[in-house]
Every structure is written in C-alpha cells, then in structure tokens.
Design a binder for this molecule. Structure first.
Ligand SMILES: Cc1ncc(COP(=O)(O)O)c(C=O)c1O
Length: 473
C-alpha cells in the first residue's frame, strides 16, 4: 500500500523523468492510431491496479506522446514551460478548487481578481473587469456573446435574428471567431471577412465600407474583432484606425490578442497593440508565449459590470453571497471553473514585471535572430520580416509541408506550415524561452537539409472537405 507521501514523491520523480526524456528524445516516433490501444496497453481493466503501477503507465503514455513542451517543438503557439507555473498548477490540481464563489475558493478568488486587474491595467482597462476562460476560443466566444447582448436590446433574453446581425473579422483571423458567430446565433455566414493588406493586417477602409453597406442594408453590426498577433504571420491589425471606424459606427471592438497579448508586458513590444485601450474587450492567452501550462486565457473588458449583465444567472443553491462581486461564477460561462489564475500568479511572483518583460523581449530577439539567419541564407528565404513571434520561411524547390513532414519523420523537429498569399510556407513559432542561438542555427540547417533533399519532388497534395458543403478542394 503506497502512502500519500510515497505517491507524491513518485509523482515528483516521474515528472523529472519526463523532463529528461523530452530532452533526450524530443521528437518521438509516431504511433499509428489503430495500434495505440494494444501496443501501449490502454484497455480499461475489470480489476484495479496498484497506484504506483498506474502512475508508471501514465508516465510511459506521456513519453509516447509528442513532446509539445520539448526543445524541438516549434509547431503551435505555445511551447517550452515555466517550471514554477507548472509546479503551481500541479499543486492547484491537488487542492482542486472551483472558482465560482468566494465561499468555495476564498483567497483564490482574490488572486484571480488581482491577476486580472493587472492584466486589464496593462491593456489600458484600469477599473475594468475580466474572467479566465478555458482557452482563447472560449474567451473570444464570451466576448462575442457580451457584445451581442450590448448591441441588441433584449438579445440576451429573447435571442437574436442571426440573419439581421453581422460580426467582422480579418481574413487572417482565428477560426474560433467563426465558431463564436455560429454559437452566438449569428451563424457562420454572419461572420464577415474583411480584406487585409499585404502584411496580413485588416484594412480599416474595407471595414468602414462593410459597416456602411450593412447599416444601409438594415443589418445590425454586433462586433468587430481586430487580431493582435495572427496565428500564422503574427501580424497585428491597426487597432487605432480600427477603433476610429468602430467609434464612427458605434460598434463593439474586441481585440483577439490570444497570441499577442503578452507583448503588453514589455515597453519594447507594447506599441504593437497601440490603441488597445480604446477596445471594449480583449482576449489574452498566458498559456501561449509565457510558458504557463494550458489553459490560461483571460477575457478583459474595459468597463465593469458587462460580464455579469450578459452572463450572470441566479442560482440560490450556489451564489449565496450578498456581494456578487465576490462570486466570479456570475461573470463566467461555466459553472465549475478550474483555477487558471494561480499558475499565472506564481509565474508573476517568480519573475516579477521585469522578468516577464525580459522573457518577451528575449523571444522577440530570438525571432529577429532567426529572421536574420534566414535572410543571410544562400537557399532558404524569409517570407517577410517577422512582425512578432512567428517566422515564416520559403523552402525554394521543395514543398513546405513536405519539409515539415520529413523533419518529423526523421525525428528532428516538429514544425507547422501555413499559407501566405496563396503560398505554403514553413511557420516557426518562437515561444520557448530555452532556445538559444545554437538551437536556431540547427533549426535553419535542418530545414535547409530537408529542403535540399526534397527539391524537385512533387508538392504534397492538400485535400480538405468543406464541412458545410461537403465539397473536396
Ligand atoms: C489569434 C488566435 N486567437 C485565438 C486562438 C485560440 O486559442 P485557444 O487555443 O486557447 O483556444 C488562437 C490559437 O492559436 C489564436 O492564434
């Protein structure tokens, strides 16, 4: 029989083993999905197994999965890890609070408010409010729901005629916004794509024209979403000019800074979000860029009271405080809420404002360094100067997707690819604080090597099915 102390000591040892294993073997072999259950012994048993055996199985399973926090992972917009934030999250799981009421979570509610207050102040929303949501997609959804309620009297009570409403995003915006339009009752067709300039930033004149035309057609604009850090190019929409348009048309402005919000932490980079203080709401994911474990996404609002007005419900079995301000559940979409604030609070305690600013600056320096290496390279091409923390590379003579596939198959790097102006490029996400110059050089060498070996080969064919029409393209 394992004691609690033995069990958690074993957890500590296994956590350290995972760290070693992802460094020693950062790109693991890919398991064919059909073989996983049998090969890894995943079937659920009739009789239980001893705790230490189960923990060993959990660790082995984690070692068989892609090492998304490992040193060769450049694929998604999060990577690496902050050890203190990770350890804090492990402890939070032990205590297992739900942050819906002060009665349930006590001081942890104060911590959440404190962290949200600091993030709001950095966005220029002093005196505003916020809530942690399970991911940037849900933060965006909540913003659209709140904006809808503010735009349409009785919208929250009676619902809306989606065909009469519109929201506006750039062509390069994240797909979660189209989902938000669907869930909020505007329909996917209610989400209007606004053209971008050559750098992938929303064109404010095109937005102005779309709003004018829709108003003339008797439609109700509900929300404009500017993106601060687009998913592929890391571009920042011109918030100041977009805010001017929104003011002119009296439309809610939401800024999706899921990726780029952390740029607010440094004086060197916060100018990328110039004008953000004029927005009505902002999504900011701390699990991207800062090394905080998933999920840690803040939705921030410039004015107080709108979250409860649009999302609040009474439930006398749960919300029993005289002061609703103490119950964050009245400002959230969920009932049970995992404590996503504590790990960010721990990160902030450990690094302070100065340390967090230095982290963001170091990542930006890494992105610029990788761009410099690509610019000086005899074969690879930098697709464009990196606006923030993604670096997009052309692989002349070889299909960018095939280059990424080869690097994964040879277990060298996990990198993603995307499109810029109709051309597929390798997109390197610079989000791991532990990468040094040698890592960046090795990455460039490996991409070049794969490109050279593939040059002249056929491009990989991309076929995908449109979920609405079923048409393959
Ligand atoms: C610009 C942008 N917004 C929103 C999201 C969604 O964030 P999450 O994965 O936390 O739902 C992403 C994810 O990459 C993103 O890049």
């Amino acid at each position: 029989m394992t004691t609690e102390a033995e069990l958690f000591a074993a957890v500590g040892r296994l956590a350290v083993r995972l760290l070693h294993s992802e460094r020693a073997d950062p790109v693991r072999p890919t398991w064919p999905a059909a073989e996983v259950e049998g090969a890894l012994g995943l079937s659920l048993p009739v009789q239980g197994r001893p705790a230490e055996e189960v923990l060993e199985a959990v660790a082995s399973l984690l070692e068989a999965a892609p090492a998304m926090a490992g040193p060769s992972f450049w694929n998604q917009l999060f990577g690496g890890r902050d050890l203190v934030a990770t350890a804090a999250d492990m402890l939070a799981a032990v205590a297992n609070h739900s942050l819906y009421t002060y009665k349930a979570a006590g001081p942890l509610v104060v911590v959440e408010e404190l962290v949200l207050g600091r993030m709001a102040a950095l966005a220029g929303f002093a005196g505003g409010e916020g809530t942690f949501c399970p991911g940037g997609s849900v933060s965006n959804l909540c913003a659209v729901v709140v904006a809808r309620g503010e735009a349409i009297a009785q919208g929250r009570e009676d619902g809306v005629d989606g065909r009469a409403c519109r929201m506006y995003v750039s062509k390069e915006a994240h797909y979660s916004l189209r989902k938000a339009a669907m869930v909020a009752g505007l329909g996917r067709n209610g989400c209007h794509d606004i053209a971008c300039d050559a750098e992938g930033r929303m064109d404010p004149a095109a937005l102005d024209a779309a709003l004018t035309a829709d108003r003339l057609a008797g439609l109700t604009p509900v929300v404009v979403v500017a993106t601060a850090g687009t998913t592929v190019r890391g571009a920042f929409d011109p918030i100041q000019a977009i805010a001017d348009v929104c003011t002119r048309h009296s439309v809610w402005l939401h800024v999706d800074a899921a990726f780029g919000g952390s740029m607010l932490l440094s004086a060197q980079t916060r100018g990328l979000l110039a004008g953000v203080e004029r927005a009505d709401s902002l999504t900011w994911d701390a699990h991207k860029v800062l090394g905080v474990p998933l999920l840690c996404s803040a939705l921030l609002l410039r004015r107080r009271g709108q979250l409860a007005a649009q999302l609040g419900e009474t439930a006398d079995y749960l919300f029993q405080a005289d002061d609703e301000a103490l119950d964050p559940g009245t400002r959230a979409l969920q009932c049970g809420r995992r404590d996503d604030a504590l790990k960010l609070w721990a990160l902030w305690q450990h690094h302070g404002d100065a340390g967090l600013a230095a982290r963001v600056e170091a990542l930006r320096a890494q992105a610029l360094r990788l761009a410099e290496l690509a610019r000086a390279h005899p074969r690879l091409k930098l697709a464009e100067p990196p606006p923030s923390l993604t670096v997009c590379l052309r692989t002349p003579g070889a299909d960018a997707a095939a280059v990424c596939d080869l690097l994964a198959a040879e277990r060298r790097h996990l990198i993603g690819h995307g499109m810029i102006a109709g051309e597929r490029i390798v997109r390197v996400a610079i989000v791991d604080h532990d990468h040094d110059d040698a890592a960046l050089r090795a990455l460039i060498d490996d991409i070049d090597d794969a490109t050279l070996r593939l040059a002249g080969g056929p491009p990989r064919t991309w076929r995908r099915q449109d979920r609405t029409t079923g048409v393959m393209s």
